[in-house]
Design a protein around this ligand. Sequence first.
Ligand code: PRE
Length: 413
Amino acid sequence: MKAVSSSSPMLGASQPATATALMVRSGRSEWQSSCAILTSKVISQEQSESLPVPPIPGGFDHLNGHNSAAARVPGMNLVPIEKSDSNPLVPQHCHQPQKPLTMTDLSPAPMHGSNLRVAYQGVPGAYSEAAAGKAYPYCQAIPCDQFEVAFQAVELWISDRAVLPVENSLGGSIHRNYDLLLRHRLHIVGEVQLPVHHCLLALPGVRKEFLTRVISHPQGLAQCEHTLTKLGLNVAREAVDDTAGAAEFIAANNLRDTAAIASARAADIYGLEILEDGIQDDASNVTRFVMLAREPIIPRTDRPFKTSIVFAHEKGTSVLFKVLSAFAFRDISLTKIESRPNHNRPIRLVDDANVGTAKHFEYMFYVDFEASMAEARAQNALAEVQEFTSFLRVLGSYPMDMTPWSPSSSTSS
Ligand SMILES: O=C(O)C(=O)C[C@]1(C(=O)O)C=C[C@@H](O)C=C1
């Protein structure tokens, strides 16, 4: 299946840049409106993303579907889906007789992912596809050639959710997705942590001694760095877009001197053999993915929640201690802190007539903390954070992935 790609001017840089400008201008009201939505007491649908359910074996192998809609626009595989009777996601036109709402309509059965279209970056066999299946069993997984395309697929209603990696226990943060979270207007509605079990794959009959090159996603290469050396592989290491894409590339080009770092499922799909199994540098290798949607979910207090925010301050890092103390005073644990360049203002010059000009780098700070936006202590902490920051946005308040720990095994991914 071909991945959704962005080759259209509609998907160019101008749209996200405009969104960023808007975001920074409306900084303060931004998080307030997010909080208002998040903490409102409206009767809500019981969100499936509140309850990540383990995938049912065999239930996630029907990949489908964006192609028919996408094929309509030459040179671009993304189009907004027009309103039509056949599209259940789009309101019907009013000329049709409308049925009155009933109590049943107000409490629909929880959806556990069926019928959801879920965008991920990569091709079938990628870990991101497995993460989409863990987050939404029975979903229609939609492969996208870039992270940016997965964001836009949701924004343009081609997909209902995106599932994207943000950090790995060995390889660290996937910075691109932090930047995209800020540029786009989607909400984090859940997280999944996926044990990542890497294999060394090659065409049938190829032996390790024949190899001159190993290709994979940069994270795959980073996660297996030491094991590759221990295996005595004196090979060039080359980065490609995704792990399964590396396997597909070897098969498509009949490369007998190249191996891929990818999943056992990718070996199956692309007809490769497993030369080495479990080559990640640490057995408990885990990647954390976030689920993104157009609307936030209603935060709750009956299960552990996490909240993700991003903030900046005109005076840069000097404010960081004050911001973090707002959480410490309320006994709120932070689970992650990340900084990225502030693309709107990368450098701040501070002139001192006596000693010259200091050039400070400016950052955006991303913080995840263990509390729900439905809790007063989280709302109070953010009210205080707001006092110290010039920009603050709640990226989402969502259930923590609490699935029991199962170390990576060749069958899990
Ligand atoms: O290349 C893949 O298979 C992916 O799904 C991407 C990705 C990543 O971006 O970190 C996801 C999980 C693993 O950590 C390795 C790669």
